[in-house]
Design a binder for this molecule. Structure first.
Ligand code: ZN
Length: 427
């Protein structure tokens, strides 16, 4: 596993050094810019400030619940420099459709893919195949309107993040934990060391496991002392902590340790929900994509690790409980940024999570949109930079067909993607 990560990291570094044209998607695939804005445009161009570009649509959702009819967004370089209702010609007129902030998924795994044989977890997959698969995952995610994702976590994210930021690989902004900590039998001191190491390596966030996988029943796997050490040290280092926790005891131990956010929580009961509410932690239940995707790709996952008959039985049993579970957390007033836990087969379908929150979880469409934009940004301490359409923010702007505030399924019909002032697609 470690060798693969290193090979991939090397491959990405090589890719990062190639000219931009070399690393673009193969011909015939959507996703490449057809905008007048060139590569340098997002940074103010070469040899002088870039001319502003303007985008208009029938409605602009600001990501915080506000709507502007017939709104125009002005972008200069990589930033939003105006939002108004000016008339006259614009660079992109998106007609009767809806502009919203680039969406944010706070939990993905871009390094999960199906191998050359079509299965997950194949051995000895050539580095070039892995690199192409990961790049394809990044591109699909961006083209689905997700301009920022939090990856939890993989060492190869570091060069991938650099290649995306450089504009070599089309993909979302990447926030990464670089690794996942399984406390196991580690002592509190060892855990504190590990957190400091990750900080030194450039991790943006720490990912920890406090319970087993849902395929193993999701039982607690840590002690209070371990979680106190890991989350306490992360806080001292200025890092957020996201904890994989399914059952009530693993959630409560994490909350007591001062961890920042709980992932999954498939078996959270009233006490666990109350503990999260009292501590005001973020909760990211993944109700709409990850388990459904495993089941949809059962043959491709079956046989790898705990993807066995028992594992699938746990997942199939959990799926119908997720909507009501989300609704309980919603009624309790938990802050729930949208995360999917997107894995192989799921990349680019991220908006299914927001749709499930509305259709199965009883959330209002506008609140689901907020969960996938400004609340996601806030949960990553980026609430003043992305996730909202406002002057001074990054120009991460997407448009979808129709009006997603009325019909949430429209979030999957993305017609325009701009990230940091650079246009990646326009239907
Ligand atoms: Zn995950």
């Amino acid at each position: 596993m470690k060798r693969c990560a290193i090979a991939l990291a090397t491959a990405f570094l090589v890719a990062a050094m190639m000219p931009a044209s070399r690393a673009q998607a193969p011909p015939g695939q959507p996703g490449q810019t057809n905008a007048p804005a060139g590569r340098g445009q997002g940074r103010g161009g070469r040899g002088g400030p870039a001319a502003p570009i303007t985008v208009r649509a029938a409605r602009v959702l600001d990501g915080r619940g506000g709507t502007l009819e017939n709104g125009v967004i002005e972008v200069t370089g990589s930033k939003i420099t105006g939002i108004d209702q000016r008339t006259g010609p614009v660079t992109y007129d998106l007609g009767a459709n809806t502009i919203l902030p680039g969406m944010i998924d706070v939990h993905v795994h871009l390094n999960w893919y199906f191998g050359p044989g079509g299965k997950y977890g194949e051995r000895d997959v050539p580095a070039g195949y892995q690199m192409d698969a990961v790049i394809d995952n990044a591109r699909k995610t961006l083209m689905a309107g997700f301009t920022t994702v939090q990856s939890l976590g993989w060492a190869g994210d570091k060069p991938l993040k650099a290649a995306i930021a450089e504009g070599v690989v089309p993909g979302p902004r990447l926030i990464t934990s670089l690794a996942q900590i399984q406390p196991g039998s580690q002592t509190p001191d060892q855990l504190r060391d590990r957190v400091r190491q990750l900080k030194a390596q450039g991790a943006d966030v720490v990912k920890l496991f406090a319970s087993g996988s849902i395929r193993d029943g999701g039982k607690i796997t840590v002690t209070q002392e371990q979680m106190d050490a890991a989350c306490g040290e992360a806080k001292a280092q200025g890092l957020r902590t996201l904890v994989h926790a399914h059952g009530p005891d693993s959630i409560i131990v994490s909350v007591k340790a001062g961890c920042s956010q709980i992932e999954h929580g498939a078996y959270a009961d009233d006490a666990a929900i109350k503990a999260m509410k009292d501590a005001n932690v973020y909760f990211d239940p993944n109700i709409g994509l990850v388990l459904q995707n495993y089941i949809e790709h059962k043959d491709q996952y079956m046989g790898s690790g705990n993807f066995n008959a028992d594992g699938f039985a746990f997942m199939e049993k959990a799926v119908p409980t997720m909507g009501p579970q989300f609704n309980k957390a919603l009624k309790a007033g938990l802050r729930m940024p949208m995360g999917t836990d997107a894995v192989a087969g799921a990349h680019g379908q991220n908006a299914r999570e927001a749709i499930a929150r509305v259709q199965q979880g009883g959330q209002k469409p506008m609140d689901a949109i907020i969960g996938a934009t400004s609340l996601g940004a806030e949960s990553m301490n980026l609430g003043n930079e992305i996730g909202t359409l406002k002057t001074g923010y990054e120009a991460d702007i997407v448009a979808v067909a129709g009006n997603p505030a009325q019909d949430i399924t429209k979030l999957r019909d993305v017609i325009f993607v701009m990230k940091g002032g650079r246009v990646f697609s326009k239907k």
